[in-house]
Design a protein. Sequence first.
Length: 525
Amino acid sequence: MLRVGIGAAATALAFTLYARVDWPWLLLGWVGLVPWLAVLERTKTRRGTVAAGWVMCEAFVLAVFSWLPSAIQNYTSASWLASLGVVIVVAPLLQPQFIVFALVRRLAQPNGLWCRALVGACAYVGTEWAFPKLFADTLGHGLYASALLRQAADLAGAPGLTFVLIIANESALEMVSRKARGRAPLQHAACIAALVLSLLGYGAIRLQQLNDTAGRRDRIAVGVVQADITHYGELAAEMGTFDAVRLILDTHMALSNEARKHAPLDLLVWPETVYPTTFGSPKSADGAAFDREIGAFAATAGVPLVFGAYDAGDGDEFNAAFFLQPAADGGATFDTYRKASPFPLTERVPALFDSQTVRRWLPWLGTWKPGTGGQVISLVLRDGRTLRVAPLICYDALFPRYAIAAVRQGAEIIVTLSNDSWFTFGNTPRLILMVSAFRGIETRRPHVRATNTGVSAVITPTGDFLATIGVHERGQLVATVTPERTASTLMLLWGDWFGPTALVVGSVLLVVTLAKRGRRAGSAS
């Protein structure tokens, strides 16, 4: 077990560095699994293999998600030790692919390297699809650090990149093993080189294609506001609800006016739940006055305004984005998008666990209901053009399906509103930003992201950042983007296809492999 712990710790450390998503740590994605894979090679029993997978789950979560206990403590007010205990308990649920991968790989091992590598990689990616992870993370996200390597995400998403990395790590292990035995590892080195060169070549071609179409004239100017105001409940308790809302709105309006001085804006974007109450169905006279003030601001500015608030309907409340459209009569009309994937527990509790007893134990549990997702909102710009927007709210942006569904309906730009104030530890805000940026690469649409504490950004269809506002910075940014109407990708045509395909292919290969082994065993007897 000591050997298992050392191997898992070495791999966890490698991926902690890899999670910086920068050079030279990017290289660790191609070899970081090797220490743990070497341990699996020496594990003799299935029980030991499952144990090695379990240990890897724990090591990976505690190293790569070292900030998670602090985030739980920050939100729930539980002690840090209690939060750490929760993380340790749920680690196998956060990274279940390690256990499945270890076991499936062992079952396929007697049939040679390439069978083992292919079945294992399929199992890894297929498990991540079948059991979606809390943060939708996968190893392929780390390749974002390379402008060339990340472009292949428009074929198979980040899971496709993960598949490539698993195969490369298996080849790297075989290289090390062969060299230790005094044998030439040329074919395995060639495999890794072929994988890297294929991604680089595809990325170069796609970048050239996209750059050739980037000079069109139908550009729009987008303004994003980040006020760095957090924990609205604590602010309201300290100042009073009215004064807290007054401060929030005054700050965002002032920053918006600063943004308007930089250039005539076509679109103005504020973050998620920036208006911390219902909009359009006020709960008080003060709320109605604030609603009118927000509408009047958009009308006076003459700019469509997107902002986060709450929506009410049929006795339920929703985390929502409101799209205010200045009207010809001096007022403003609006459309609404309801968040499709409320964050588990903190925003929404599954009905099976939702009871008065549970809520007494855990008073911080959320009450919002989910929306439908995959929606398109149309806005008329100041020059009369119509802009079709794919709206996402925070957690929605971690999953490809919503952006893909909206773009299939004609969306030309992705707009994400987010509240990342609970995850401002270390490099976490940047990682969240990069995972979200994959939605633009997969659909080849520009992506505007507004957060209350950072990182806010405007992102090109190739994943480059045109402008950003850093963590805990107060400010505004203005950037011009080109709405995309025609670009297509394999992800748009087939959807999030790679995970389920890998699961089916891996399962079939494993069944065939076990059947052949059974026949051989029967013949030998």
